[in-house]
Design a protein around this ligand. Sequence first.
Ligand code: UDP
Length: 237
Amino acid sequence: MTKKEQLYEGKAKKVFATENPELLIVSYKDDATAFNGLKKGTIHGKGVINNRMSNLLMRYLEKAGVPTHYVEELNDRETLVKRVSIVPLEVIVRNIAAGSFSKRYGVAEGVVFDTPTIEFSYKNDDLGDPLLNEYHALALKLATKEEIETIKKYAFTVNDRLKAFWAECGVTLVDFKLEFGRLSDGTIVLADEISPDTCRFWDSKTGEKLDKDRFRRDMGGVEDAYAEIMKRLTQHI
Ligand code: UDP
């Protein structure tokens, strides 16, 4: 598959056209941002880890009945994916209080929920990705009622599967963000990435953070944490 013109450059990835209008190539960068782009930096080797991890997890989820945009890993940093139009919702599933949830509701990090929660933000950098509910999403015509139902069903399946999977790696899946897209026929599929950039991973025994919070919070050991979480995954899968 030949890489053609660059269509888009995001914070962590570039997207290229291919000779097939239904397929795109995603290229993962080492660039890291946080706080809506206010904090910028580089996490050396991150692109390689996120590419591989996302692909491994998407293949695993496909087998569990969640359709994804994944087609084929091309090399260390690049993957062939199905072209989708992204549903402009950030879908966040949480098992344990952390980050913006703890801040917003005044709950200590680490409080474990009886059942997982889901929330949506409007994917819009200019507005700072504001939190919204399903009725807001419908009013703004971001997705249909049926699409939202499908997205919720897939998001909780992803959580069930990944929570169990990571537990076997000695890792607690605290929370994560998903993005979904529509194929040309309207089918909803899981898109974007699943990586330490988009998930909170805590070591099950020590509680050590093995994700992008180390970058967000200037904790140091960022590259080591990404390498460690990748090691846990490849030792298990
Ligand atoms: N997240 C993400 N992109 C965003 C916002 C959040 O990937 O733009 C992920 C984040 O890594 C975490 C989860 O979604 O795993 C919940 O993040 P939260 O809402 O707590 O926001 P944060 O504290 O990261 O600002």
